[in-house]
Design a protein around this ligand. Sequence first.
Ligand code: PMT
Length: 334
Amino acid sequence: MASDEDQAASFSAEQYFATQPPPPSLEADIVRVQEFVLRQRAAKRKVVLVTSGGTTVPLELNVVRFLDNFSAGTRGATSAEYFLKAGYAVIFMHRQFSLQPFSRHYSHSTHPFLDFLDVDAEYIEVKSAERPQLIEVLKAYKQVQKAGTLHSLTFVTVNDYLWLLRAISKELYPLGRNAMFYLAAAVSDFFLPRQKMSEHKIQSGKGSLHIEMDQVPKILKPLVEEWTREGYIVSFKLETDNALLIPKARAALARYGHQVVIGNELHTRKYQVVFVSPANGKPAQAENEEELDPSKFSETWLRIDLAVNPAKEIEEDIVAELVRRHQTWAADSS
Ligand code: PMT
């Protein structure tokens, strides 16, 4: 039975969708997702929804200023490539202009495209040192294009994100246990409802600015309980204090009842993460994190040694571990 707190949380998600308008492109986006999912079901492929990048919170209707959430999209874009390699079809829902699978190898800031080309009269050629990697990336990219296993769509604001997540999860519902949700996006916790937004650019010159924001509903709750009852749900927990990772991850599992929380600390996230899961069934909730029974959870650390293998990406191991766990989950229809 749902507690009062649970009812309040799911009511606020409903309230959110009842009061905040959908993005204008939602219908067209979802038609394309429907077509993609139909093709993947016919091919009997598992489908993973990867969310990636940070959401924004606009402060004005004619938006000049906004709050942003930290995420370059590396985790999501890199993981999407490894899911594709593992045979999954991928819906890549990402922040506009954040990193994307394949093209991420040639990001304008870290590896600019123009720097690895040479020009001789009218001929352009790729510098020989760059060729081996480009060939590998290009082959994988072309293969995915031919197979039609990657579908990308974008969000900018937290409102776009919430509407898209709800609509896509409903499209994935018929896949049952063959769907996975890999929620790597950094989602705003506070937002300014449309009804409270200034229409035009907020004017300066009146002293300090005071804005009261509302809390974004915790969307994992309806995702787990209503929108997808059988999908394998992986959420992320980002902290700047390693000691908080496991207690916060356990609390999220007890609150939402999903399958895995991957904990990562801001500065070490590229070489170590922790998988936290329920040891056996849904753990009971507690008033505070310290009261949660540790025996109800299991923790597995994944670490890579970048000094030994600097080219290794931890997402390769994260995805391999999830593919293994999802396989077991999908096979267990009880
Ligand atoms: O892209 P990179 O630069 O590589 O960085 C990757 C990352 C550090 C951003 C990524 O690995 C990560 O940790 N993403 C989640 C960060 C985050 O938003 O944490 P959170 O504590 O706010 O949310 C925890 C989970 O709850 C998330 O999976 C989120 O999808 C979910 N959530 C959040 C807010 C909300 N209103 N509803 C939610 O369901």
